[in-house]
Ligand binder design. Structure first.
Ligand code: CAA
Length: 440
């Protein structure tokens, strides 16, 4: 069976940065540690006024195609995952293909294009679609370009304002992949939920506290469903577990829940029994509330143990390095988390080929997907080619007052003349609604 998976990744960050500790917290009269420790975020990426989901996606895709020496004829499918689309009919992939056709000799006339929507999980769903298309033998030797691109902006004053972000991740899905091989092991947790909605509106209506609970409930269901396919999971089976990361504090909660679930009835639970007792069993309790209370108590004790701490530092913390600096990228977020883990492994000289990753993707509305991947032979070279550190260090640091103007500019005010904070060079830029983006 031919291996199919992610062959290459490129990341494009919005070119502006809002420092949460030094700029946002003082302006809100908040303790900076609410953001740095509580949410676990240092800064958010923002798009400059000449950037949008099309330019960021096209710029990431162009870098990927150039680095891999690809022409449009090599691509049989372009799927864009986004929850920031501005057109209810024409998919963002057509706008991006148009940009790319301006700079390559060939065209994408025989490529299938689409737009995937299910909040943040749509990026992973697009990868799944590309995998299925190749496995079905419908790709005619061509690869799929998957682009996850979002401007994750909340209304001013919304609690979500601290978790904003903007950027794009372009991924090439192909046979004999260099980065990760996908597996058929997947699990879903899905339910009709209304904690995060954008019905024909620019900024989401969010019940933030409930959204955290919904994330955890769907992720637990997805893990159980995954185990029904793949068998019992053990935390040591996976080198890294990248989760959808709206903010690292969310992942802290998901990781603890996952660790408890994975270690029940294992030697890890036995080893911890003297220190924190055994995991509560539902059958030991007369009512659900008492059982839940006991679980909470167990988890509070678990997170203080060296066993948990060591596992978290190895398998989870390295997935959060980029997210801390860029905030939530919605559809791109879990793919940034994977890149972050692989980048850490490359930087620390860790051997990873053949090791497994467990990905926890999530989209509000709500659906979680857990799937496993195997790291491929060529991962190190691909990850070392990323220039995300340079991009991050080149970002323009916004003052709070400038942040307000940029936020307004992205609130559908793009038709008027807008100030720019950085100078574009050799990239696609926004030139107006409905008009083709041009390369400077
Ligand atoms: N020092 C250390 N920690 C502090 C602190 C301080 N001085 N002050 C507060 N904190 C901690 C709090 O205890 C809390 O941690 P815990 O949750 O572990 O208790 C954390 O910082 C955040 O503080 P608050 O809960 O008071 O923050 P908030 O209510 O202002 O906002 C939020 C939190 C509701 C999640 C908000 O950021 C939000 O609405 N975000 C958008 C929605 C979201 O991201 N939801 C996540 C799940 S849905 C999803 O994942 C899809 C998606 O991409 C949107």
């Amino acid at each position: 069976m031919t291996a199919v998976g992610i062959d290459a990744i490129e990341i494009w960050t919005g070119k502006l940065a809002l420092d949460l500790a030094e700029t946002f917290a003082p302006a809100k009269d908040d303790n900076p540690e609410k953001y740095t420790k509580g949410l676990g975020l240092r800064a958010s990426s923002f798009p400059d006024t000449y950037e949008d989901i099309v330019t960021m996606g096209a710029n990431a895709a162009k870098r990927l195609m150039d680095r891999k020496g690809l022409e449009p004829d090599d691509i049989g499918r372009i799927d864009v995952a986004t929850e920031s689309a501005f057109d209810n009919s024409k998919p963002v992939s057509t706008y991006i293909a148009g940009c790319l056709e301006d700079v390559y000799d060939g065209d994408f006339h025989h490529a299938n294009k689409g737009e995937r929507k299910f909040a943040c999980v749509a990026g992973t769903q697009s990868i799944d679609d590309a995998y299925n298309w190749i496995k079905a033998g419908r790709n005619r030797g061509r690869a799929a370009l998957v682009i996850a691109t979002d401007t994750a902006l909340y209304a001013r004053g919304d609690p979500g304002e601290a978790t904003q972000g903007a950027g794009a991740v372009a991924m090439l899905v192909d046979e004999d992949p260099n980065v990760v091989e996908l597996s058929t092991h997947q699990g879903y947790g899905s339910a009709d939920e209304t904690d995060f909605l954008k019905p024909n509106q620019q900024f989401p209506s969010v019940d933030g506290k409930r959204s955290v609970q919904v994330y955890l409930a769907r992720m637990r269901e997805a893990l159980e469903d995954f185990e029904s396919v793949a068998g019992r999971t053990h935390p040591d089976d996976y080198a890294y577990i990248p989760f959808h990361t709206p903010f690292p504090g969310m992942v802290r909660k998901a990781a603890l829940l996952g660790f408890r679930h994975m270690t029940r009835d294992t030697e890890v639970e036995d080893g911890l029994a003297d220190e924190i007792g055994r995991q509560p069993r539902e059958t030991d309790f007369e009512d659900w509330d008492a059982y839940e209370g006991a679980i909470r108590e167990y988890m509070d004790a678990l997170k203080e143990t060296d066993t948990y701490d060591t596992w978290y530092a190895r398998a989870i913390d390295p997935t959060l390095t980029l997210s801390r600096q860029v905030g939530n990228w919605y559809t791109g977020s879990v793919h940034v988390a994977r890149a972050s883990a692989l980048k850490t492994a490359a930087e620390t000289g860790r051997a990873l080929s053949g090791e497994k990753l467990l990905l926890g993707s999530y989209g509000s509305g709500a659906q979680a997907e857990i799937h496993s991947e195997t790291v491929a032979e060529g991962w190190r070279e691909e990850v070392e080619a990323l220039d995300i550190d340079e991009q991050l260090s080149r970002r323009y640091d916004l003052s709070f007052e400038e942040y307000g103007r940029v936020h307004d500019a992205h609130n559908h005010e793009k038709e008027r003349e807008l100030e720019e904070f950085t100078v574009p060079g050799g990239e696609f830029v926004f030139t107006g609604w409905g008009r083709m983006n041009e390369r400077t």
